[in-house]
Design a protein around this ligand. Structure first.
Ligand code: IMP
Length: 434
């Protein structure tokens, strides 16, 4: 029963959608296991570009059943818009299923996210303002509304009534914002439930039945390891668990059912929002990464912060995700730089730190210690084997493999599916486990 997890090893935006695309032919179900419409992925098929936030990227393949698992927070309006957009462009969505246990992002969550960010001043997280944190907060506080609740008017009335009393008090008194009116919110929520009724079900049953039939399932994480609520740079993180373990709680599988974990790594670092990023570059090299790599957020359009690859969190990410193999993306973006650097340690208060410090305040005081590699000037976008890569690029990839301690199975040298170098055979089932 093969179950592969795809997760990001940095701060998100590593190009996980392309990996799903590479694996799609062998997969029957793609499950999104955490996050919400804070995520964004762009999928290019032929001349068409699709921007998705909630529906897993595998949805564009007709043979794949897309599933939104119980660990996702769903903004029903975004989901309805996305389904309608895809259907209007000829993508069949009747197989989509959404967990009845997934929590709903209500309009008051979005309002609270924005209000708190505005009030936070220097302490703002730089969230996507999609209501992610407040919705997960309600889930943990057991005051949330779940997708299944939208289908039960009596239950919805009572849960919404309780939640709204609290939320309106908070919005009005803490933030001086406008309260929500119960009747119109209730009627909106009922209409979302009616529209999405056919999709909402127990997705864990679908997942387990498919595994029992020996089908191959893919669990697609959003964001990345360093934005993980427990293992990232708290509080500058998202409110869910993008690490591979999140696929268990948020996707509906047990740890022993995961057969491989594919870690997706960008050849340099990017980050959106606030929080420490030790290798950030404010110079022309950083500008090169932004412009050549088109590093602007899919969801918010924000310019991503760019910098050199950081080996310090890489080993941490490989370990806590139990990564089997790495897909290295966007190596082509580094072409044309005279020198390519990687961070191998930090200097913090006159001490050398080589292990990832779990405290954002330590990271804020850290200065990077770099190892330098010769750059390469050749355009590598047409390379299709490792041998065709310039020796300097090969040395860079070898250093990543050595530090990570797991093989790089694929190297991406451009956005197209064909612009991929297969290093170590097929992705499925061949990689080692650390
Ligand atoms: P939130 O998830 O909207 O609460 O935002 C929390 C942090 O995660 C912010 O720094 C966001 O910029 C970041 N973030 C959320 N989603 C993504 C993503 O898909 N890619 C990159 N960063 C993200």
């Amino acid at each position: 029963m093969p179950a592969s997890v795809i997760c990001g090893l940095q701060w998100g935006d590593e190009g996980k959608g392309k990996v799903t695309d590479l694996l799609a032919a062998d997969v029957s179900i793609v499950v999104r296991y955490q996050g919400g419409d804070n995520a964004g992925h762009t999928v290019v098929i032929g001349d068409e570009t699709f921007k998705l936030h909630l529906v897993p990227s595998g949805a564009l393949h007709p043979h794949i059943q897309p599933i939104i698992g119980p660990g996702v927070v769903v903004n029903p309006r975004t989901l309805i818009e996305e389904i309608e957009m895809l259907e209007s462009r000829g993508i069949e969505m009747s197989k989509l299923r959404v967990s009845a246990a997934a929590h709903v992002i209500m309009p008051y969550h979005v309002a609270l996210d924005g209000a708190r960010e505005s009030a936070a001043g220097e302490e703002m997280i730089g969230t996507t303002k999609r209501g992610i944190g407040p919705a997960y907060g309600d889930r943990a506080w057991r005051t949330g509304i779940r997708m299944g609740d939208l289908l039960d008017p009596d239950l919805l009335r009572s849960r919404l009534g309780t939640a709204l009393t609290e939320k309106n008090a908070l919005l009005e008194r803490a933030y001086g914002s406008r309260p929500f009116e119960f009747d119109s919110l209730f009627s909106d929520a009922l209409s979302w439930g009616q529209r999405l009724n056919a999709y909402v079900t127990d997705t864990t049953r679908i997942v387990q039945d498919a595994l029992a039939r020996d089908e191959h399932l893919l669990f697609e994480g959003a964001q990345g390891t360093l934005l993980d609520l427990d293992h990232g740079t708290y509080p500058y993180v998202t409110s869910s668990n993008p690490i591979a373990g999140g696929a268990c709680t948020g996707g509906g599988i047990g740890p022993r059912q995961i057969t491989q974990v594919i870690g997706v790594l960008k050849a340099y670092s990017t980050r959106v929002g606030a929080g420490p990023m030790v290798t950030e570059l404010d110079d022309e090299v950083g500008a090169h990464m932004v412009e050549v790599g088109r590093e602007y957020g899919t969801t918010t359009g924000r310019r991503r912060r760019c910098g050199w690859l950081d080996f310090v969190p890489l080993r941490h990410a490989v370990q806590i995700n139990s990564v089997s193999s790495i897909v290295l993306n966007k190596l082509d973006i580094l072409s044309g730089l005279d020198e390519v650097k990687v961070c191998v340690g930090y200097r913090v208060d006159n001490e050398i730190v080589e292990e990832w410090p779990l405290s954002a305040s330590v990271l804020e005081r850290a200065a990077p210690l770099y190892e330098s590699f010769e750059g390469w000037s050749q355009d590598i976008r047409e390379c299709r084997s490792v041998d065709e890569l310039p020796p300097a690029a090969r040395r860079y990839v070898a250093a990543i493999e050595e530090r990570a301690g797991v093989p790089v199975s694929h190297i991406s040298v451009g956005p197209e599916r064909t612009q991929t170098i297969e290093v170590s055979g097929a992705l499925l089932g061949t990689a080692s486990t650390p």
